[in-house]
Design a protein around this ligand. Structure first.
Ligand SMILES: [Zn+2]
Length: 384
């Protein structure tokens, strides 16, 4: 056994913890670039808490998944105002933007040079500026991951800036920030969290630390997600989903993902679909095709027993088998009213291109079994 585990050096979790951000930030810097999502007003309490501790703030808003040019703009702004700290509050886009900006403020050269797939994938050489990540959705786990997903409009693909240096200095998870998430967003982000707990658990790079987080996270998400969707004000369900999301981020950053995320990058780059909704639509089919491929080509593979375990944790039934897990996920997606991928404009005509792109994705390499072109096509066709 050989593994490594790294996460944010400080994780602050709890309802109302947003009020502590000024106190936390004062040890890290004096001038903060505050990266927010569409609704900058959501950051009012954050700004007040920083100003209370005499930390100067410069605001930068991102309106959708960040493009390379968006990050460059934010870096220029932060340099011109001599920011020495970056704080992000928002969903995955705001968090990933801040993470990329904090990295580029400390490293010389152009962002493109450091990007995988579309750039030269040069490694970052210096630790990021101090970065505080404050999620307002429960899904991406970006507050504890070491990559930022950026869109390249030119290449119609999503790519990652990735480095251990990019782990946020502080992950501040305040479940209160998710209380007013609308049901559709609760559903898609929550399914991203569940996918990011199942894929690392069965992946080819699983390890015992990640296993523990995944099993507890899957248990929490399976119970809490339908409740948070039906009763948005249910505080306990929101809290459990915030924990599940955090654990999912820690899991994917320290193990790997699989075919669902292998597809999610290329699909997200070509179609305007929420990342979590893409993952949800693919998840049951990837589970089913993985199980069949494992039974055919590697009948003694450990991942088969892991899929049984996932089914038991999802259903709460100690006798459940892998197929029951697939049924559970399919029923959950129906309950959460997540549409199939055809809703976003995907058709059978896109299968060949998407399968080619997905096969090259870094997440695909951690899938428990290498899937054939026919198997990947089947997954996509069934998810339409
Ligand atoms: Zn994801």
């Amino acid at each position: 056994m050989k593994f490594e585990f790294a996460t944010a050096p400080r994780i602050v979790f709890g309802p109302g913890s947003l009020g502590e951000v000024g106190q936390i930030a004062q040890d890290l810097g004096r001038r903060a670039l505050v990266v927010t999502g569409r609704d900058a007003g959501r950051a009012d309490r954050l700004m007040a808490s920083l100003k209370e501790r005499e930390i100067a703030v410069v605001n930068f808003s991102v309106f959708r998944e960040p493009e390379i040019a968006t990050i460059e703009q934010a870096v220029t702004l932060a340099r011109s105002r001599q920011c020495d700290l970056v704080v992000s509050i928002g969903g995955g886009s705001a968090l990933d933007s801040g993470k990329a900006v904090a990295a580029m403020l400390a490293n010389e050269g152009k962002l493109i040079d450091y990007l995988e797939v579309v750039g030269s994938g040069k490694p970052l050489t210096k630790p990021s500026l101090p970065f505080i990540a404050i999620p307002t959705t429960a899904g991406t786990g970006s507050e504890v991951t070491r990559n930022a997903v950026l869109a390249s409009a030119e290449h119609r693909v999503k790519v990652s800036l990735r480095s251990t240096f990019m782990l946020p200095k502080v992950a501040l998870v305040d479940p209160e920030l998710t209380y007013d998430l609308p049901p559709a967003l609760t559903a898609s982000t929550g399914m991203d969290a569940l996918t990011q707990l199942i894929e690392p658990y069965v992946c080819s790079r699983a390890n015992p630390m990640v296993d523990a987080l995944c099993l507890e996270g899957i248990r929490l998400a399976a119970q809490a997600l339908p409740i948070a969707f039906d009763i948005p004000s249910n505080v306990a369900a929101r809290e459990d989903m915030a924990v599940a999301s955090l654990f999912g981020g820690m899991a994917l950053a320290n193990a790997g993902l699989g075919a669902v995320h292998g597809f999610a990058g290329p699909i997200g780059g070509m179609f305007p679909a929420p990342h979590g909704a893409i993952c949800a639509a693919l998840l049951p089919y990837v589970m089913e095709v993985n199980l069949r491929a494992l039974r055919q080509r590697a009948p003694g593979h450990e991942a088969l027993a892991r899929y049984d375990k996932v089914a038991r944790v999802l259903t709460g039934n100690p006798d459940a088998e892998a197929a029951n897990g697939v049924e559970f996920v399919s029923a959950l997606i129906a309950d959460l009213k997540i549409p199939p991928l055809g809703k976003y404009g995907l058709t059978h005509e896109h299968t060949t291109e998407l399968v080619q792109r997905a096969a090259k994705a870094s997440s695909m390499k951690a899938n428990p079994v290498a899937l054939t072109t026919d198997e990947l096509s089947e997954v996509l066709d069934r998810a339409l």
